[in-house]
Write a new protein. Structure first.
Length: 274
């Protein structure tokens, strides 16, 4: 929905439409896609594209509606409780998929966009991108990292990542995780607070996610999606790289520490293979 059109819709309706977009799309896909016969590669591409595009578009639409912190928390709390309950005892696969996808998007919007709207300056997004990308890299590559554990567990993937049906069968393809969605929602929140080009922010998040999917398919391994997403945001929004003099020291130190930890994690992984 274009920004001008979105402004003509009430905030509550924009929020509701954004949060409902993914579960509604999944509900339709569950009924339609199993009967669609395509080549396996095309099926995987379509499933990943749908599993990433709908949540990102939904977050972009919901983030245009500014709500109070109390309202955001009133949505985040039941979403988090629902995810915990689903991890404890999962109902039928289709119901689980709908509830998980809806809860993940709601949780990410409530926390991520609310936090983004409280960022004091647009340039604060620059170190946030670097730190988030490094943290995601470390989390996936480190054996004790949360992302590493999630990637190795089908049950964890089923409740902590957005899934979407694969055409031509009953398989579900996992895509963006809760951390990815939170960061994307934060980007949208910062964009709304500081007047960053919203359509470009949306396009950059979609581009970074597509690059992560392409790399994962090419190399056959899990890829930390926040690395290409954050890179796309930093390169595509030059204004956020213009750090204020008062922020430069703290930003550089935080980015240096995060980068050093990421490099050390990569080096440890390389050495452990020899």
């Amino acid at each position: 929905m274009p920004a001008a059109a979105a402004r003509r819709v009430s905030p509550g309706l924009r929020c509701g439409l954004g949060l409902a977009l993914t579960p509604v799309a999944v509900a339709v896909a569950v009924r339609v896609l199993p009967s669609v016969r395509v080549a396996p590669l095309l099926g995987d591409i379509l499933s990943f594209a749908f599993a990433t595009a709908f949540p990102i578009l939904g977050l972009a639409l919901a983030a245009t509606a500014e709500v109070s912190l109390a309202v955001a928390l009133s949505i985040a709390a039941p979403a988090a409780v629902a995810l915990i309950a689903l991890a404890w005892r999962q109902p039928a696969p289709t119901i689980t998929l709908l509830l998980v996808d809806g809860a993940l998007v709601a949780l990410a919007w409530a926390l991520g966009s609310s936090l983004g709207r409280r960022v004091q300056h647009a340039s604060h997004l620059f170190p946030a991108c670097v730190v988030a990308a490094c943290a995601d890299l470390v989390s996936l590559l480190s054996p004790e990292g949360p992302s590493h554990a999630i990637a190795a567990s089908d049950r964890a993937l089923s409740v902590l990542t957005v899934g979407f049906p694969v055409p031509g069968g009953d398989a579900i393809s996992p895509a963006l995780g809760v951390g990815d969605l939170l960061f994307i929602a934060l980007v949208f929140g910062v964009a709304r607070r500081h007047g960053l080009p919203y359509a470009r922010c949306l396009g950059l998040c979609l581009l970074g996610t597509a690059l992560a999917g392409a790399a994962s398919a090419r190399f056959g391994v899990a890829v930390p999606a926040l690395v290409p997403i954050a890179l796309a945001v930093v390169l595509g929004l030059p204004v956020i790289r213009e750090l204020r003099p008062a922020d430069r020291s703290a930003a550089r130190v935080s980015m240096l520490i995060a980068g050093s930890i990421a490099l050390a994690t990569i080096a440890r992984g390389v050495l452990s293979q020899h």
